[in-house]
Design a protein around this ligand. Structure first.
Ligand code: BES
Ligand code: ZN
Ligand code: ZN
Length: 471
């Protein structure tokens, strides 16, 4: 019941085929000229009669003279993201291919939409959904890259969707350890009291009330002399809010609070399988923000790894505390690019809604690559400012820093500013305040976990390396 694959294992599950002899064509166009020569006169007039060319009919299933499905017509009108691809899962069982001249972008969006719609988190349901549609992998797409995109997305969704009674901190470590074994990487883990010994006091404090030990995991990959890219992901396996307990309605989806860690793993998996020329380092603080007699309390003053003290204004602002120690640790070796991904604030959703990821970066050049990378890989994001004057919104009373603003204003920005204080040496620091979840079903995105930001970052790093060799 509790099954979770590693990224590479999802290949076998994908509804894609490489070659087949008898494939049904899918035409994605609304222009009759594109279809003349491919369809019979009768088929063309049928499509016209049902209003495909000018009356808003967006999908037509055509038959041959024997009554068998012989072609599919899909409108190329701009619609919701992944709409066309997701439609393919509802086609009659069969093997299909995208016919005609289709741009790389349209082919990619269609394949992603189809596979994402096909995804289902059915580990815990007895009645599995069935989809007997297979799509031939389009010739104009890069196989390695797209499979890696899809496998990472499935892996990340499974991780986020897994309930916290399965994906507790012990289990999360086990899964990351399997991931490392498969990649022949060494996983370093600092658990429980050893966090104190090794000077990670904030991670320890946040996670100490759980019956599962808090921990810090770390692995590295790649060419030690190449550009140093370090990823840090928030791994809160469940966020109850701590003593500042969340109301039931906000707590109900808090199994997703390890979405940053999951997205970092998805990104790492893409970087590794695409052999980017970087020295990759992944650092994941993992805790459960629980309530017990030994929970950290509002008003507590904690010492961070860096030495600065933090007053706990709100135990529900736990993410920035564990990330502070993890980022500070990552920053000590002065990486070229330091990235944090976290389901950090509710305010990020107020600002941009659940679908667009707000990101912060100290580099104009990297932000340009990110925007372009997001567009190219259908992973929408938007830049937000590290606006220093807002630091006064998080003025502490009795310590060097305060973990939560007293007012509800600019919550995502003040959280990002808090993190930035722990990253002095990194050449570029970028932070992604992701949601990692779809609250309502949309094309290719059923209710539940989502990988956000990772493809955009992958594309940005890849393009930056191609254009500038170094950062
Ligand atoms: N994990 C939450 C943020 C969150 C909430 C992400 C809902 C996505 C959806 C985080 O730990 C949190 O509770 N943040 C607080 C901070 C506040 C107390 C300063 C928030 O955003 O309300
Ligand atoms: Zn919280
Ligand atoms: Zn949280």
């Amino acid at each position: 019941m509790d099954k979770l694959f590693l990224p590479s294992h999802y290949k076998a599950e994908l509804p894609l085929i490489e070659n087949a002899s008898k494939l049904i064509p899918i035409f994605i166009t609304s222009k009759i000229e594109d279809l003349v020569g491919f369809l019979s006169k009768e088929q063309l007039s049928f499509a016209s009669n049902v209003g495909f060319f000018d009356q808003g009919c967006k999908k037509v299933i055509l038959s041959d003279y024997q009554g068998m499905v012989s072609a599919i017509l899909l409108s190329d009108e701009k619609d919701l993201l992944f709409k066309n691809g997701s439609e393919l899962t509802t086609l009659p069982p069969g093997e299909y291919y995208i016919a005609g001249e289709v741009s790389e972008a349209l082919a990619l969006e269609t394949v992603m939409g189809f596979c994402f719609q096909y995804y289902s988190f059915d580990n815990y349901v007895s009645k599995k959904r069935k989809c007997e549609v297979k799509l031939c992998f389009p010739k104009n797409l890069q196989k390695l890259k797209i499979y890696s995109f899809l496998e990472s997305e499935f892996f990340v969704r499974d991780l986020i969707n897994s309930p916290s009674n399965f994906l507790n901190p012990d289990m999360f470590e086990n899964i990351i350890s399997l991931f490392c074994k498969e990649q022949k990487l060494e996983l370093n883990s600092i658990v429980g009291n050893d966090l104190i010994v090794n000077n990670f006091p904030l991670i320890f404090e946040v996670g100490k009330a759980s019956s599962y030990n808090p921990r810090l995991l770390e692995f590295s990959w790649g060419n030690p002399n190449a550009t140093k890219v370090t990823l840090v992901g928030k791994g809160v396996c469940f966020d109850s809010g701590g003593l500042n307990i969340k109301p039931g309605s906000s707590m109900s989806i808090m199994k997703k609070d390890m979405g940053g860690a999951a997205s970092v793993l998805g990104l790492a998996s893409m970087i590794i399988s695409m052999h980017l020329n970087v020295r990759l380092r992944v650092i994941i603080p993992i805790v459960e923000n629980s309530i017990a007699g030994n929970s950290f309390r509002p008003g507590d003053i904690l010492k961070s790894r860096k030495g600065s003290t933090v007053e706990v204004n709100n135990t529900d602002a736990e993410g920035r505390l564990i990330l502070a120690d993890a980022l500070n640790y990552a920053d000590e070796e002065s990486p070229d690019l330091l990235i944090s991904m976290a389901t950090l604030t509710g305010s990020a959703r107020v600002a941009l809604g659940p679908e667009i990821v707000p990101f912060y970066t100290t580099s104009k050049m990297f932000s340009d690559f990110l925007i372009k990378g997001g567009e190219d890989s259908f992973d929408p994001l938007w830049q937000m400012p590290f606006y220093e004057p807002y630091e006064r919104l998080i003025e502490p009373n009795f310590a060097d820093l305060d973990n939560a603003p007293a007012t509800g204003m600019a919550g995502s920005i003040t959280a990002a500013l808090f993190l930035k204080k722990f990253t002095e040496n990194a050449k570029i620091f970028s932070h992604f305040d992701i949601y990692g979840w779809s609250l309502i079903a949309k094309p290719g995105r059923q209710i539940g976990g989502l990988m956000q930001g990772s493809r955009a970052i992958f594309e940005a790093i890849n393009q930056m390396l191609l254009k500038h060799k170094n950062f």
